[in-house]
Design a protein around this ligand. Sequence first.
Ligand code: MN
Ligand code: FE
Length: 315
Amino acid sequence: MSKSGLLLGEEIAGVNQILPHKHQFAWDLFLKGVANNWSPSEINMGDDIDQWKNGSLSKDEKLLVKRCLGFFAGSESLVGNNLLLTVARWVTDPECRQYVLRQAYEESLHNWTVVTCCDSFGLKVSEVYEAYLNIPSIKAKDDFLMEIRNLVSYYIVCEGTFFFSGFAMLLALGRQNKLPGLSDQIRYTLRDESLHIQFGTYLINTLKEQYPSVWTKKFEEETVEHVKKAVELEIAYAHDVLPRGILGLNADMFVDYMQYIGNRRLEGIGIDFRFESDENPFPWLSEVVDTGAMTNFFERKVKDYQNSGVLDDDF
Ligand code: MN
Ligand code: FE
């Protein structure tokens, strides 16, 4: 039982006493997550399968899909592992654990999305599930995530930064009515991830307050270094995914985008460092991705999609 209201340090395997609430924020995010119920099996992939097989997608567009799924296949599983092996072990606060249980379920859905796409398009395991071994820029990102495994890095670097390039790339297809089913899967995933980042940001800021001795200048500097390294790895990855400009995207735009997103994440956890480029090169994505807009978006739309399994959003 958590009596102290501290996030860490209670008995690891004891009873979790959820009431009275001590971290209402985590409880509220749990409810928001549940209101966003969806499952990959509810999304019609028929048009996607037609488009994939009838030649309406270019070779470069297919490469983009395979590389994005290749990264998600490895990294979504790493996020799940980090939740189970690290976050759930150390974060003993009952409401935070309740949120982590929900998040872990959502990560399992994201894994399922990748499986659904592999099945629908008949993709090779070696190109998607073994991309973390076969594609150097994806291997570099996954190796980095495994090396820096900690709570801050996963919420800020992996979910908060790396995932957003993939979302932008896949939603750029959807914008041109290409792979509409995959696009819907990504929009649902993006909503989940937006809540994960809100939770992670809350968790980190609360840990900072409760354990000031851990949040040293050195730790802050390391965190900045991690985000810088993430931006660097993203550049190589963007070149692999987009060898030529397509869909109004090119690799250089992702350098700007990663710096812009990195700045937002660092701002969220009260770190002063900022990258030079602070403009979002994808204004069309801003309503979907911007954390502030996303919150409004959730509030505006929550009734429409609560348990409905249908996306009717207008972004
Ligand atoms: Mn996920
Ligand atoms: Fe997540």
